[in-house]
Write a protein that binds this ligand. Sequence first.
Ligand code: MN
Length: 228
Amino acid sequence: MAFAIDPPAQPIVPVAGGDPFPVRRIYCVGRNYAAHAREMGHDPDREPPFFFMKPADAVTPDGSEIDYPPATADLHHEIELVVALSAGGADIAEAEALEHVFGYAVGLDMTRRDLQGEAKSKGRPWDTGKGFDQSAPIGAIRPAAEIGHPGSGRIWLSVNEGSRQDSDLSHMIWNIPETIAYLSGLFRLCPGDLIFTGTPEGVAAVGPGDRLDGGVDGVGTLSVRYRA
Ligand code: MN
């Protein structure tokens, strides 16, 4: 098929031991750990989950050297478990949700917190705070057929070898089946969708020259560095 211009590259995420995973959309859950909701000034009682999106081409591979993004003086790390879907649908039942999962990865929901804060205070969209270039570093996907479906396990991040975030997946307010079921009532999910499942407490700023190392026990690790 001919196109008016060269078609953009298909964003991909490597799969451990397999062919790469093509990314269609990136959905992200807001405030899914109570202690993080509190540190951001919110009451973590179970209000319905809410979502925002990043562009598919924000994915950035493990091991990358990343330019510190423009237009911010407060770039924050958010270490998260990422769910990769192999099947889609609308109104997916919780009991069937995990059948739609291809695998899991470790991701960073990098956030220009100053721009996000300005958007919140003015009632504006979050895109400039959340959906900027290279805002979604992600490690290799591990297939659920090999590792199962993690419901608990340590999730952690260090910056320059100093601990910043250290929690457990079991502290999620909305677990993975609940998140897939709820999200599929808002959007028809499709193969190739990624879901960032929220970050635990301890978010803080990173600067040029910083090295970020994170992981989720049983899933994998992720390391990126910001250029000095
Ligand atoms: Mn997040």
